[in-house]
Design a binder for this molecule. Structure first.
Ligand code: BG6
Length: 485
């Protein structure tokens, strides 16, 4: 058998895209609760109010005025408010995961459900919800895999501290993380400190108002220190914790054999390796220090920051893999396609999903090899999948053979990485194992799940759950430990 016998087969979700209940039982809004729905062709918007009381909105990745605060406008539709309502369906959903044979389930904890204003005051009812979820998972012997923070931060921290640009957030995040570590000391073993730490760039995701490079990298430094301190603290609370980082990994290939294209590829890949190098190796790499010097970016550090970063290296690398991209010295001369959190350059050899993301199963093996040979620690594919428009036949079935085909090829790629390349891979949690709101576009019609949920782009639908054809298929994959595909 190629997959280890304790391989963690499962699925992945995130609070802001799945839970709903955005003000239930003492939860406060997070930044992502003020983000409207978008579409394939139009961006999601962040809605805000200025100091003078004027309402405004700007595309999700852009800057909002320095003193603006998040504003929820009753004339807009915000998909996170109900999402696909895990909050009220967790028992039913977990029973379905158990039926599929899940060994683990990855979900995130909503910070503003636990600490409504993000600071050091706990909302017990918020913790109760996760107690219930975790107990329900354990009832079926499903290992919880927790992302402590998946893109959503309490709106109060964005409004009053300019989010992660303020060092104070390290302390608040640590309080939040330690609350979870202590509460679930004997129930949760696998943790990740931040989702896709390399894609954090706006008010929506890290609460910063300005998105210039100086602000962004200062915020990244605070995230690194926060993550490192959480790793150290988590290991003190329970030395058996497995605490990982999580990155959105998009391997890039040179567009041609021109050495300039190869160099452009190295430079592209460094944008993600930087986050890995700091969190796995425990120090800022030289290429990044040189970049800061050239671009006059000054990272303000406190005396012990580098020591914390060195001490708080992670136990495993969790990463999302959806697609690869291509790099070239002439980016203005190429065609762009869609992509995970940012557009990518078209690879002439690859087909794309309906949202333009390149489909590249071999790229998953390439990623596993690159990551393992560079970092030599266990890897966990914590997101993978294809966003597609599912149709219900007149007999009420959802025949998602395209999804089965996509997964089959990606699982084979993982198998090769284990068998041929000797990669230490510990688990696989396909993204949106049950339908949820798209992060990039806020749409419902971009579906990833093995389980369909009746909900549309405007929030209409009964929220009823229904198995797709891929449900049975994944069930037999898990039952055979990846042998029957
Ligand atoms: C990753 C995120 O970037 O990609 C998820 O961690 C996200 O939150 C996933 O949902 C897929 O992206 P999208 O835009 O199709 O939802």
């Amino acid at each position: 058998m190629s997959f280890p016998k304790d391989f963690l087969w499962g699925g992945a979700t995130a609070a802001n895209q799945y839970e709903g209940g955005y003000l239930s039982d003492g939860k406060s809004p997070s930044t992502l609760d003020a983000i409207t729905s978008g579409s394939k062709d139009g961006p999601r918007m962040m809605t805000y109010q200025t100091k003078e009381g004027l309402l405004g909105q700007v595309a999700k990745g852009k800057s909002i005025p320095a003193e603006a605060i998040g504003f929820i406008d009753s004339n807009q539709y915000y998909p996170s408010h109900v999402a696909t309502d895990f909050y009220h369906h967790y028992k039913e959903d977990i029973a379905l995961f158990a039926e599929m044979g899940f060994k683990c389930f990855r979900f995130s904890i909503s910070w503003s459900r636990i600490c409504p204003n993000g600071m050091k005051k706990i909302n017990e009812a918020g913790l109760q919800f996760y107690d219930d979820v975790i107990d329900e998972l354990l009832k079926y012997h499903i290992e919880p895999v927790v992302t402590i923070n998946h893109f959503d931060i309490p709106m109060y921290l964005a409004d009053h501290f300019d989010g992660w640009s303020d060092r104070k957030l390290i302390e608040y995040y640590l309080f939040f993380a330690e609350t979870l570590f202590k509460r679930y000391k004997n129930k949760v073993k696998y943790w990740m400190t931040f989702n896709e730490i390399n894609f954090l760039g706006s008010w929506a995701q890290i609460g910063i108002h300005q998105t210039d490079e100086q602000t962004k990298f200062q915020a990244a430094h605070h995230l690194f220190v926060a993550s490192a301190k959480a790793v150290v603290s988590g290991h003190t609370i329970n030395p058996d914790f497995n605490i990982g980082m999580m990155i959105g990994y998009i391997p890039s290939y040179p567009l041609s054999s021109k050495p300039e294209d190869v160099m452009a590829t190295i430079e592209y890949n460094r944008q993600q390796e930087f986050y890995l190098d700091v969190q796995v190796k425990g120090y800022y790499p030289n290429y990044q220090l040189k970049k800061f010097e050239r671009e006059h970016i000054m990272i303000v550090k406190e005396k012990d920051d580098d020591t914390w970063i060195a001490k708080g290296t992670v136990d495993f690398i969790g990463f999302s893999y959806y697609m690869s991209t291509v790099s070239t010295i002439n980016p203005d001369k190429v065609r762009y396609v869609g992509g995970n959190q940012m557009p990518a350059v078209k690879n002439p050899y690859l087909a794309e999903s309906d949202w333009g993301w390149a489909i590249d199963p071999l790229g998953l093996r390439i990623s596993l090899v690159q990551l393992y040979e560079r970092y030599h620690i266990p890897l966990f594919v914590v997101e993978n999948g294809i966003g597609a428009k599912d149709q219900i036949t007149k007999d009420g079935e959802i025949l998602d053979d395209y999804r089965i085909d996509y997964f089959k090829k990606h699982i084979l790629a993982m198998k090769d990485a284990i068998e041929i390349d000797g990669v230490d891979l510990i688990g696989y949690t396909p993204w949106g194992c049950i339908d949820l709101v798209s992060s990039g576009t806020g749409e419902m019609k971009k579906r990833y799940g093995f389980i369909y949920i009746d909900m549309d782009d405007q929030g209409n639908g009964s929220l009823a759950r229904k198995k797709k054809k891929s449900f049975d298929w994944y069930q037999s994959v898990i039952a055979s430990n990846g042998e029957i595909l």
